[in-house]
Write a protein that binds this ligand. Structure first.
Ligand code: PEP
Ligand code: MN
Length: 328
């Protein structure tokens, strides 16, 4: 759906503009834009005779922020969309300092740029391990710093955002929260880059509109993460929707990464899906890795051993996707 952005003159009065729009039978929302004030109108609007307005931007897609967002998002030195696949790796949940440190050392040596791990875990059961909270954030940050990695970790609620932003280089919005709009805005307001996981039942349009919320609130950049959707297919936990990844790569500017771990739900399938993700053109992969997968505090069946992660990175490095990339 079309969105019209009316940029105000420096001396323009937004209230006068809103009143004029109301006379024309439409409503607008005031937003800050690059240090100026703008009014966003959903749909088209007759723009002749609006003296408060300096400039008009019309977006056919309904996601003007996504349309102009950075196509390279830099996080702790790693450039998503910069041409080299970025690896995000780490445990499902942050565990003890020793376990986290051991995993960080290995994934760093293998070539990962960012350490993942939830300090706040969205669990289906209220009785399952919920994460270590603030202690987990500290453990994750320390391990990442010791091994030259950036940190990406999830905030599940608005109230968690400030603390997560203090410790993380990138804020993760989990699949279950993709349409938690106040959370999207809160994460965006920190100005930090955001890893936006696709909701398991979200359409691509809903996913991009969620990114629009984050960017509109002020995020430095959004990286989309496809992590599998719900379908009738039985053998995997979710269905990795690489078709949508291909579509987004063609139609949206945002970098896209793929999480084969949650999609597959089984470590044995992760390798093939990760390679397929890179072959389709994804800008990176996020995988769950553990020193001793059987002892993972959560999602044990899908964790790669640190050794399997090494092998996977090596395999992708030597995969010849030159043809597919050249034609992309
Ligand atoms: C995660 O990556 O830690 C996670 C909970 O994944 P998702 O939100 O995709 O289920
Ligand atoms: Mn997990």
């Amino acid at each position: 759906m079309t969105t019209t952005l009316l940029l105000l003159r420096p001396d323009g009065d937004a209230r006068l503009l809103l009143a004029e729009l109301a006379r024309r039978g439409t409503t607008g929302t005031i937003v800050a834009r690059d240090g100026a004030i703008a009014v966003v109108v959903s749909g088209s609007v007759r723009t002749a005779g609006l003296p408060e307005v300096a400039d008009v931007l019309v977006s056919e897609s309904g996601t003007p922020r996504v349309d102009e967002a950075p196509d390279v998002v830099t996080v702790a030195g790693a450039r998503f969309g910069g041409g080299v696949p970025i690896w995000i790796a780490g445990p499902c949940a942050v565990e003890s300092p020793e376990v986290t440190d051991a995993i960080a050392a290995q994934v760093s040596a293998a070539g990962a740029s960012l350490l993942r791990g939830g300090a706040y875990k969205p669990r289906t059961s209220p009785y399952a391990f919920q994460g270590l909270g603030p202690l987990g954030l500290r453990i994750l940050r320390d391990a990442a710093d010791r091994h030259g990695l950036g940190v990406v970790t999830e905030a599940m609620s608005e109230s968690q955002v400030p603390l997560v932003a203090d410790f993380a280089d990138m804020i993760q919005i989990g699949s279950r929260s993709m349409q938690h709009f106040p959370l999207l805005r809160a994460a965006g307001r920190t100005g930090k880059p955001v890893l936006l996981k696709r909701g398991a039942s979200a359409t691509v349009e809903e996913w991009l509109l969620a990114a629009e919320y984050v960017l509109e609130a002020g995020s430095a950049g959004v990286v989309l993460c496809e992590r599998g959707i719900r379908t009738f297919s039985q053998p995997t936990r979710y269905t990795l929707d690489l078709g949508s990844v291909a579509w987004v790569l063609e139609h949206a500017r945002l970098p896209v990464v793929v999480d084969p771990s949650h999609a597959a739900g089984r470590s044995r399938l992760v390798r093939r899906l990760a390679r397929a993700a890179i072959a389709v053109g994804a800008h990176g992969v996020m995988v769950e890795v553990h020193e001793d997968p059987g002892c993972s505090a959560s999602d044990a069946p899908q964790a790669l051993t640190t050794r399997a992660f090494h092998e996977l990175v090596e395999e992708v490095r030597t995969d010849d996707f030159a043809g597919s990339r050249a034609s992309a």
